[in-house]
Design a protein around this ligand. Structure first.
Ligand SMILES: [Zn+2]
Length: 203
């Protein structure tokens, strides 16, 4: 069988080429410093790249019997706007029946759009562009359960190794496992100690 899953190195090259993976001296709104930054929608702005990444992630789900046996009666769900192109690509590759995405309200609470009713959501897989902490997945899973649906898989293009690698007993799928370097402040940051110019990033 032809492998449709590019290696982690190949995926990283794609992310770098498209500007989605950036190296420098970044300061997050939390005040943390890091020598790298992911802005994943920059990779998904190119159709060919988006398709390769989404198809690759879909293959990781398709090999799970609990998922493949329930197709096409599956929902693909994104926790946030960044995951929407991933969710559409994975849905397309799996020919899954439904797609949903959550959004953050002004108060920071994650919600689905109105009028999604109890019992309407198929067993679902939650996909995002990047998993930094795993909180988005957890919050989305809680929403899904309130609607009476079951989470049968989770994944993202990139997962930070500091995030959980499983969710409720199932492995979290990813194309790249990235060991993110984060420093609590400038004192601990190697780039600050070299007086490297800072770029402030929004999230
Ligand atoms: Zn720094």
């Amino acid at each position: 069988m032809v492998s449709l899953i590019p290696s982690p190195d190949t995926v990283m090259q794609m992310l770098k080429r498209t500007g989605a993976f950036r190296e420098g001296h970044f300061v997050y709104p939390t005040g943390k410093h890091s020598p790298h930054y992911f802005q994943m929608p920059l990779a998904f702005r190119y159709y060919d790249t988006a398709r390769v990444l989404a198809v690759a992630l879909s293959r990781k789900f398709r090999v799970e019997r609990d998922i493949s046996s329930q197709l096409p009666k599956i929902a693909v769900i994104s926790p946030s706007s960044g995951g929407i192109p991933v969710a559409f690509g994975v849905r397309d590759a799996l020919s899954a029946e439904q797609i949903y995405w959550a959004e953050k309200e002004a108060d920071g609470k994650r919600m689905f759009r109105q009028y999604v009713n109890q019992g309407e959501v198929n067993p679902c897989i939650i996909v995002d562009d990047i998993i930094r902490s795993g909180h988005a997945i957890e919050e989305t899973a809680a929403l899904v359960k309130e609607l009476g649906a079951k989470v049968i898989g989770c994944g993202a293009i990139v997962r930070f190794t500091s995030a959980p690698d499983e969710f409720e007993g199932g492995p979290i799928k990813s194309l790249v496992e990235f060991d993110a370097h984060m420093y609590d402040d400038g004192e601990a940051c190697g780039d600050c100690n070299k007086d490297a110019p800072i770029e402030h990033v929004r999230f």
